[in-house]
Design a binder for this molecule. Sequence first.
Ligand code: IFM
Length: 393
Amino acid sequence: MTKREVRFPREFSWGTSTSAYQIEGGGTNTDWWRFERTGDTPAVEPCANACDSWHRYEEDLDLLVKFGLNAFRLSVEWARIEPERDVISTEALDHYRQVLQACHARSILPVVTLHHFTLPLWVADAGGFESPEISTWLANYARVVGEALGEYIGVACTINEPNIVAIMGYLVGVFPPRASSWERFVAVNKTMRASHIAMRDALREGPGTFPIGLPLSMQEYEAVDGGEEQLESLRHEMEDEYLNAVKDDDYLGVQCYTKMLIGPNGLVTNPQDELTEMGYLFWPQCVEYTVRRAAQITGLPIIVTENGIGTNDDDQRIRYLAGALQGLSNVIRDGVDVRGYFQWSLLDNFEWILGYAPKFGIVAVDRSSFARTPKPSAQWYANATKGFPESVL
Ligand code: IFM
C-alpha cells in the first residue's frame, strides 16, 4: 500500500505516556481482569479502579497543561469499543472522542495507542494472538477507530510493545495466556508484525494525516562472560525482526528503560550495580543507545514513546530523567531525527502483575480518594523541557 500524506507536529512533542487499562479502571471485559482473579495468578492484586481516569481525564489533562507539556500518550480500549465480536459501542467511541477533543481544547497533541496489552474476552477465548483471525480482527478494529476518531488523532501507535506481550505471555509465562515455549513466542512475534501492518494499512485508509508507527520495547544489551550468542538470538527476536519489518511506517516508537546484561545462561545482575525497584539496572543511557540503533536500522523518524523509572525515591527519578534527556540531547545534536519524548508515566498506576507497588508517576495518586499530587519530578521535568537541549547539559 502507498503511504498517504503524513503530517508530523511542527513542534517537538513533550509528553507523558499512559495506557487505558492502567489508569481508567473498570476494564472488566478484558483478559487481564479475569487473569487477576484466577486461582494461581502471578498478579499480586487486581487493577480495580486504577486511577479512575475514565472519569477524571480532564483533571489529568489539566496537569499536563500545568506542567507546560504539549502532548499526551493514551490508549483506547478494544474491549470497550468492540465488547463482543462485530458489536461496536458508540458510547465508548463517544467517550474517547470527548477525551481527544479535551486534549485539543488544551493544545495537547493526542498520541493514541490502539492496543496496549489487554484483549477483549471474546478475542482471548477465541485464541488471542494465536488465532488465525487475529490480524483481521485487529485490522477491523483499527478501521473502526480510524473512521470514528481519525480526525482527532495526532499520532497513532498500533500495538504497544508487541515483543513484551509475546515474551511475557508465551515464553516467560507470567502474562496471559501463561505459555512457556520458544516456538510459540516466535510465532506470536510473527503474528504481531503482520497484525501491525494490517492495522497500519487499515488506518491509512481512513481520515486524518497523522503518522502511524509501532511502539517497540528496546533495550541496551551487553554480553557478559561469553553471552554473545544468547544476546544475538534474543535481540534478533525481540528487536531486529521488528525493526526490519516497519521500514514502511511513518515513524518508530522507542520504549526503553534499562540495559540488560546477558550471559550464557540468560540475564545476569552484578551485586555492585544500582538496581531500580523493578530489579532493572539503573541505566538512563539506554535512551541514547536505543534511539541511535533504531534510527540507524530503520531510517525512520523516532519518537521516544516511553521512558521512565519505577521508584519510590523521586530524587532517583530526577537523576534518571536527567540522564535520559542528556542522552536525548546528544542524539539530537548529532542530527538523529527525533520528534518527541514521552515520560512513563503521568500517574502512579497499575503495573500489571506487580500491582500498585512500583511508582512510575511524576504525580502520586491516593488509592482511596484518587487525589492527584504532583511530585518534585513533575516540576523538574516541566523545567527541563523548556530550552531543551541546553537545559539538561
Ligand atoms: O507499565 C508498563 C507499560 O504498560 C508498558 N511499558 C513498560 C511500562 C513500565 O513497566
